[in-house]
Design a protein around this ligand. Structure first.
Ligand code: ATP
Ligand code: MN
Ligand code: MN
Length: 304
């Protein structure tokens, strides 16, 4: 593989065994990040990303002409997807998933920048093993408010005996992530997420809302629990974002989150430098939404 910026090799270049066409095309023009550099990032980040992504129904954000061109969200297998990206059939639809680094690089070859994940894996589509609270600040709110919301979630969950870890999205907000044992069905996991988000919002309604209406979100952090419904996705840890600066979604430890001033502060280079360090989301212990947890939540809701 050629080093980034090596223009001597612009034809027939392979990354992780996948042929990359137009390797010198600028995907992020302002940052001078080429398609080759993006493919090489995903070849390096692949193992870390696959820890989270393997066997999950996938959505892609593809920008075939780079972030300056048109981008689109792709959920299903039809159309211009190479065989190197595997797929399976569910509910009469073809869904994409990842089973290795080659599949990720093949997705980059056809213009993918972002990888998004469902909370389920393909062998048990009704039993999530991942739950995400998506904290979305209204325009202009300081990042400290997002951090505060994440910590409120963490503390409530910890009180129920559930471990959680934050990820800065590479955009404006934070995802608070849990690992679950695959016992509760999707509808129960989604209902749990709604109850938790609503409880946090009800305890500090001036700062937070669990209601997606635009009016309610004004001046508040929206705790979006609906990333856990059927077919819903959240951006994968270690995914690059198709946004200015080429920021990366990076899992962080709680004590590191407390020192961060923004969610889009990790560049490709900075993300890559962290790939060998412990990943706090991958290290989560799997919880279970059992009777004790649900009773605990019930007591919190009713002030018991
Ligand atoms: P930010 O921190 O800036 O909010 P984000 O990744 O959380 O970044 P959101 O707009 O809050 O962005 O979206 C949350 C998740 O919802 C995304 O990660 C994505 O998986 C999913 N999503 C967003 N837009 C779409 C869309 N147009 N179609 C389907 N799913 C989407
Ligand atoms: Mn959102
Ligand atoms: Mn968000």
């Amino acid at each position: 593989t050629a080093a980034p910026g090596d223009s001597a090799m612009s034809k027939d270049e392979k990354v992780a065994g996948i042929r990359i066409t137009s390797p010198d095309r600028l995907v992020f023009p302002a940052e001078r990040i080429t398609k080759r550099m993006l493919a090489e990032y995903y070849a390096d980040a692949g193992p870390a990303l696959l820890v989270h992504a393997r066997d999950r129904p996938l959505s892609l954000i593809r920008c075939p002409d780079g972030i300056a061109g048109e981008c689109f969200f792709q959920k299903h297998g039809r159309g211009s997807i190479p065989d190197a990206v595997p797929r399976f059939t569910r509910d009469g639809e073809e869904w994409l998933y990842l089973n290795g680094v080659e599949a990720m690089v093949a997705a980059v070859q056809m213009g993918t920048i972002e990888f998004h994940l469902q909370g389920v894996r393909r062998d048990r589509p009704d039993r999530p093993d991942r739950l995400v609270f998506d904290l979305d600040p209204d325009e202009g709110l300081p990042f400290a408010r997002v951090r505060e919301g994440a910590v409120r979630l963490r503390d409530l969950l910890a009180g129920l005996g559930l471990d959680s870890a934050p990820m800065v999205t590479g955009g404006k907000g934070v995802h608070v992530i849990l690992r679950l044992r695959r016992i509760a069905p999707l509808a129960a996991v989604s209902a749990f997420a709604r109850t938790v988000a609503t409880l946090v919002a009800d305890r500090a309604p001036e700062g937070f809302t669990a209601n997606m209406s635009k009016a309610r979100r004004k001046g508040r952090i929206f705790i979006d629990w609906q990333r856990n419904g059927s077919g819903a996705t959240a951006v994968a840890p270690w995914s690059v974002r198709a946004r200015p600066g080429a920021p990366v979604a990076v899992p962080v430890a709680w004590d590191e989150l407390a020192r961060l001033e923004r969610a889009d502060g990790f560049s490709l280079t900075e993300a890559r430098a962290r790939l060998d360090a412990p990943d706090p989301v991958a290290a989560l212990s799997a919880g279970s939404l059992n009777a004790a947890v649900l009773d605990g939540l019930e007591r919190e809701v009713h002030g018991g």
